[in-house]
Design a protein around this ligand. Sequence first.
Ligand code: ATP
Ligand code: IP8
Length: 267
Amino acid sequence: MSDSRPIILKIGGSAITDKTGELAAKTEIINRLAEEIKRADLDNLIVVHGGGSFGHPTALKYGLKDGYNEDPTQKLGFAETHHVMTVLNGLVMDAMIWHEIAAVSIAPSSCFLTENGKIKVFDETVLKALQKMSFTPVMYGDAVLDEKLGFTILSGDQLVAYLAIKYNASKIVIGTDTDGIFDADPKTNPDAKPYKKLTLAELKAIQPKLGKAQGKDVTGGMAGKIAALIPAIEAGVHVTVTGATKGLSIYRALTDQSVLGTEIEKT
Ligand code: ATP
Ligand code: IP8
């Protein structure tokens, strides 16, 4: 049983899917990430993955992020978005279990409620029980019910920040498809320069340089990710943003080794 502070890993949808396509999973990367998680051998890990080309296209098509607008097709869109997230989650779970990780998935739509897009209610009973037995809980960005909007999209990044604050995480590792945070989107600007280290004040100062995701996305790309993570950084949680598409960066970050990427500290 684990009583230690959790480590929270976000596996970005940009790393495990092709966000310029639809329902386009990168199964080799999912498999390698499961191998890295197994190798890290942590009994206090919480994994959260993003939506990539599974959740984002349907969330965008039905305008789910801004809430229910009385268009009945949106309800089907809500159901479809949650469903395709369970499909991507199934691929992640397949890889984790194949690598003999005792991972158990928890659907955020069943235990979180938001209010105007911010987490308002979390029934932590199952998560706590899983943690107590050192299972590896796995959550994901999801379509969730919202007390003011009817429903919305809860990003994996907001989930990560919330869980990190609530459970006093020792660190957050964010795996995406770029080697950290750059002074411009490296996908569209070949001269973009990476930041190795940022304090909270420096991070806030460079927020205008953070852009959208490539492809379909409803949670704001790197700009949205950092905005969602700031409350956890303010609470003193260390954040590493690194590439998850190649090498061993996730294993190295999870085990406190240096990685190509950006380290963020409050001061
Ligand atoms: P998902 O939301 O599907 O889980 P993710 O969390 O992996 O995906 P995205 O929301 O797609 O990440 O955001 C990452 C993307 O942000 C990168 O692929 C990159 O194109 C874009 N980006 C924009 N500005 C920057 C920047 N300054 N530095 C790094 N990446 C940036
Ligand atoms: O990919 C959003 O979570 P994110 C998930 O972590 C959906 O931003 C359903 C679009």
